[in-house]
Design a protein around this ligand. Structure first.
Ligand code: C5P
Length: 426
């Protein structure tokens, strides 16, 4: 199974430590995990542990303003392919069954349009209590997968059903659930489609997103490419991927479905973005082609111009004189896309220049056949840095944007993309 995104809600119980093992196993199987830690969960495991294991930020508060500006709780609940509650305490199950949303975890569970799986863990009496029985039954009726807990000796000294299933069993249940088709029918299935205020398909895209780019697919390439010389050496460049990742995030925030084809970088996947990791230019070209069609494409990747004509299959040994390196030209992904029958309506290239920035960018725009070129002067500390100074070169002319944070460049560009793609439609 291809890697999926799991939103893992860690409830408060002694079994919370097993959530750590669950993260490890899921990651090993290629899945990405983002954790939400409840306040009682935090009494058993730390956010630091979960962050280290998931290599993702951990969310623990509904009132975390930073997250509300970077990623709202609604988005957090929907960017995943599956929401997993582990351990699901009696209290969490009761709140889920009752639709209570009084902290981040329960709010996400109420807001999500994705399937939910709960792995319960509690004292045997609590599990067998009629209230819990009722709650589990109601949740299953609502379409939530509630696993059966294991039976055996419990941390509290009693014996019976209530132990958290083994992490391996939870992984199997997760993968099984991911393989089951899921219709996000919360609104329609309950006949609520006509309730005032319920969003209609014109404002809410198929992926549950709203915004000027809802229902539009935007493709972004980012980062460098690595071109192998032998199994341990490669040709690379200094691109950090930050500008491209920020653009992917910004267009996703405006509602677009985003495919981010990323070269080798160590950056977290922005919320609401489908990421495809590649290493070489040829892999990037194939991933771009596979992602089409798209209404817009922003090619930010610093694709290596050349690759070793033939990468050695074994490490090249140091000899008396340095080996000759024969180079072959890589495919120009942007130029090929401009000529293809699936050319996106708005095709944007980047140009990193150290001199005559605008003249080179204008020539590049014509040569590559794209609509806009975002030209940046990389003579200073731009590459790998946090700020960028760019000029937007279009058919209408050249706009000089002030030096600003790469995120701000991304947001401004995303707005221009939304304006252009919606204007073209009107
Ligand atoms: O030719 P140059 O590398 O300066 O062009 C930069 C622009 O072209 C960027 O948008 C980059 O992502 C794209 N490009 C590409 N494939 C290549 C080289 C560059 O898509 N092989």
């Amino acid at each position: 199974m291809a890697g999926k995104r799991i939103l893992l809600i860690v409830g408060g119980g002694i079994a919370a430590y097993k959530a750590c093992e669950l993260i490890r196993l899921l990651r090993k199987r290629g899945h990405g995990v983002r954790c939400v830690l409840t306040s009682s969960g935090a009494r058993f495991v730390t956010a630091m542990t979960l962050a280290a294991l998931s290599e993702e930020p951990v969310h623990d508060s509904l009132w975390d303003l930073k997250d509300e500006t970077e990623m709202g709780h609604i988005e957090l609940s929907r960017e995943a392919d599956l929401v997993v509650v582990c351990p699901a305490t009696a209290d969490l199950l009761a709140k889920m069954a009752g639709g209570i949303a009084d902290d981040l975890a329960t709010t996400l569970l109420l807001a999500t349009d994705k399937p939910v799986l709960a792995a319960p863990a509690m004292n045997v009496r609590m599990w067998l209590h009629p209230a819990t029985r009722r709650n589990v039954e109601r949740l299953r009726g609502d379409g939530v997968t509630v696993m059966e807990p294991d039976e055996g000796p419990m941390a509290c000294g009693e014996f019976g059903p209530g132990r958290l299933p083994e992490p391996e069993a939870i992984v199997s249940a997760i993968e099984e659930r991911l393989n089951t088709p899921f219709v996000p029918s919360a609104v329609e299935a309950r006949g609520l489609g006509t309730v005032p205020g319920a969003r209609t398909s014109t404002s809410l895209s198929a992926n549950g997103k709203a915004g000027p780019l809802a229902n539009k697919h935007i493709l972004v390439t980012a980062g460098p490419t690595h071109e192998p010389i032998d199994p341990v050496r490669y040709i690379a460049n200094r691109s950090s991927g930050r500008q491209g990742f920020a653009i992917a995030e910004a267009v996703a925030r405006l509602g677009a479905r985003v495919t981010l084809v990323a070269g080798p970088v160590s950056l977290p996947t922005p919320a609401g973005v489908e990421r495809v990791d590649v290493e070489t230019a040829r892999e990037m070209a194939a991933a771009v082609e596979a992602a089409l069609p798209a209404e817009g494409a922003v090619m930010v990747a610093a694709v290596a111009d050349w690759r070793a004509e033939e990468a050695a299959s074994a490490k090249i040994k140091k000899g008396a004189s340095p080996p000759a390196l024969a180079l072959a030209e890589n495919p120009d992904i942007l130029a090929a896309l401009a000529r293809s029958s699936e050319r996106p309506r708005l095709l944007i290239g980047f140009a990193a220049e150290t001199n005559d920035v605008i003249a080179h960018a204008q020539a590049k725009r014509a040569r590559k056949g794209c609509d806009w070129i975002v030209a940046n002067d990389v003579s200073g500390d731009v590459m790998g840095g946090a700020e960028n100074r760019v000029h937007l070169v279009t058919a209408e002319g050249v706009e000089d944007w002030p030096r600003m944070d790469k995120r701000a460049v991304a947001e401004r560009l995303a707005e221009r993309i939304a304006e252009t793609l919606t204007k073209a439609e009107a």
